[in-house]
Write a protein that binds this ligand. Structure first.
Ligand code: CDP
Length: 570
């Protein structure tokens, strides 16, 4: 079942090893270890629970590559570290003690395979007075560099490279410096950065006027900027090398299920999980490809299997919260108070190939909505069932669910993660992304490269008698088959790849999934190299209109080291 690439990935970082670095468990042992550790939680709620039965269900889901929890769960469940979450947000308050507490806590989280998000918006701007020393403050960007250096150092000893998200509000006085802080791509490399955009700012952009900058220290207005110029600069920098991204803070807070706990200021590193300060979340994804059945030579989506898998996955993820070993008491308390989980999916592009639906079609958008609606409704129902057996999340009575009369065990249930590594384990296309290339080189685990040919494409080409080594290597060089006349049109229409899809379709697909996702959706909008800044601006505007929570764009060739490369073969 597992591909060679999957085994390579598991051996490198996930399997238990002896002192000489040789694996002491097989992938099956790993799934058993994880299933056992996570099933244990059932005992907390029912002393007579049939742990073995639950363990078998969890094992079966992972073994058959139907569902995979996020990497830290696979790495650490049933082992001494026991830290199972991928996503954390840490507060950064405006004092030396608080800044360096956050730094230390981030190092502990990175060591365990988790990623950290921070808002630096509460830090006073560069040049502001420091009372205790009579000196001047260094400002958010210089502290981000310190966090970046610490991440770099921890990266060597940890389970995987630490990732960070850095967010600054659009009304922070240092915003212009922040927008340009990754202009030099060799700087702040361990951070993704996003500008925290407000409704007030978007209004000012559309009304072509100034907006106020606020000193976070005394909350007073301390200057003004012309909004269209600031928006232009964000667009220009994103066009240049993909950063910064943007997040719509007011929208994220509109969906905050327990507003009394405070304001959401940041997301996790890849942007799909907005969290309160000190909150963590564990993610898991269903492999849609494993939800297909083949009848009379044609594929169909099996909603019965999907429903069963969703219910078991919600049970699994709720158990993770219970048995998780939290790196800090504050994180434990906060996470247990909302019990947020993030169930998502992977393999969407794969199933479109098999169902013969082009990614860039209305049919694909409708299928996305149907699948995600089903996932959310079933997950909510499963969370409701758990609440009846185990109780609601502790802050339920202050939550938006209480007023709606919806009894829930978990304050959020759905998130669409990038599934960078777990999609390799499952041999599935990542998250909701289109297939990047039908044949390409993927850089994984920091420096290693893996050659991938899409297996279903290979199968179809062989079936039609069109497969040849020469053609495959030509496709690997070109990255797309859209213009290859020697391939029949019906195949070219279905096997579209990331660069055949217009940015508008990328955004519309993201919006289709976001419509039924509690948290956010990880998606990169790919632009061709020749795209203009105006193209990027239009996509940002569309993202705003369609109600997205954030956007990340990437223009082909705009960075030296890309994770995915067209036309690069060994
Ligand atoms: O596939 P996997 O479970 O490894 O992770 P993912 O879905 O690609 O990423 C989910 C989240 O894991 C990210 O948003 C980060 O919070 C975290 N992550 C990280 O901390 N470091 C990485 N190198 C990759 C992911």
């Amino acid at each position: 079942m597992l591909s060679q690439n999957a085994i390579t990935v598991l051996e490198r970082r996930y399997l238990k090893k002896d002192a000489e670095g040789r694996p002491t468990e097989s992938p099956e042992d790993l799934f058993k270890r994880v299933a056992q550790a996570i099933a244990e939680a059932d005992k907390e709620y029912d002393v007579d629970a049939d742990i073995k039965a639950t363990q078998d269900i969890f094992y079966d889901m992972m073994y058959h590559l139907k569902f995979m929890p996020n990497s830290p769960t696979l790495m650490n469940a049933g082992r001494p570290l026991g830290q199972l979450s991928a996503c954390f947000v840490l507060p950064v308050a405006d004092s030396m003690e608080d800044i360096f507490d956050a730094l230390k806590n981030a190092a502990l989280i990175h060591k365990s395979g988790g990623g950290t998000g921070f808002s630096f918006s509460r830090l006073r701007p560069a040049g502001a007075a420091v009372n205790s020393t009579g000196g001047v403050a260094s400002g958010p960007i210089s502290f981000m560099k310190v966090f970046n250096a610490a991440t770099e150092a921890v990266k060597q000893g940890g389970t995987r490279r630490g990732a960070n998200m850095g967010i600054l509000r659009i009304d922070h006085p240092d915003i212009m410096e922040f927008i340009q802080c990754k202009k030099n791509t060799a700087e702040i490399t361990n951070f993704n950065i996003s500008v925290g955009i407000t409704e007030e700012f978007m209004k000012a952009v559309h009304e072509k006027r100034e907006y106020s900058l606020i000193d976070p220290h005394d909350k007073r207005e301390c200057g003004k900027l012309y909004a269209p110029d600031v928006f232009d600069l964000i667009v220009k920098m994103a066009w240049t090398n993909g950063e910064p991204g943007i997040v719509f803070l007011d929208r994220i807070n509109r969906d905050n299920p327990v507003p009394s706990l405070g304001e959401v200021e940041s997301t996790n590193p890849c942007g799909e999980q907005p969290l309160l300060p000190f909150e963590s979340c564990n993610l898991g994804s269903i492999n849609l490809d494993a939800m297909l059945v083949c009848k009379d030579g044609a594929y169909e989506f099996d909603y019965t299997e999907f429903e069963k898998t969703i219910r078991n996955a919600v049970h699994f993820l709720d158990n993770v919260i219970t048995v998780n070993n939290y790196p800090l008491k504050e994180i434990r308390d906060m996470t247990l108070s909302t019990r947020k989980i993030g169930l998502g999916l992977m393999g969407f592009a794969d199933i479109l190939y098999k169902l013969r639906i082009p990614y860039n079609s209305e049919e694909a958008i409708l299928l996305a909505e149907k699948i995600m609606k089903f996932l959310r409704e079933t997950a909510r129902d499963a969370s409701n069932e758990l609440a009846k057996e185990r109780g609601t999340f502790p802050t339920y009575s202050e939550s938006v669910f209480k007023s709606k009369g919806m009894v829930q065990r978990n304050a959020t249930v759905t998130t669409i993660a990038p599934t960078g590594t777990i999609s390799i384990i499952c041999g599935a296309s990542s998250g909701i992304e289109p297939v990047f290339g039908l044949s390409y080189i993927r850089n994984v685990m920091d420096n290693d490269e893996l050659l991938e040919i899409h297996p279903y494409f290979e199968e179809v080409m062989k079936e039609r008698g069109l497969y040849s080594k020469e053609l495959m290597s030509k496709i690997a060089q070109e990255g797309t088959i859209a213009h290859l006349e020697e391939i029949p049109k019906d195949i070219r229409d279905i096997f579209v790849t990331a660069h055949d899809i217009t940015p508008e379709y990328h955004i519309r697909m993201q919006a289709a999934f976001q419509k039924y996702t509690d948290n956010a959706v990880s998606k990169t909008v790919n632009f061709p190299r020749e795209a203009t800044q105006e193209d990027v601006r239009m996509v940002y505007e569309l993202a705003y209109e369609l109600g997205l929570k954030g956007v990340t764009i990437y223009r082909d060739g705009s960075r030296d080291a890309q994770v995915l490369n067209i036309g690069k073969v060994n």
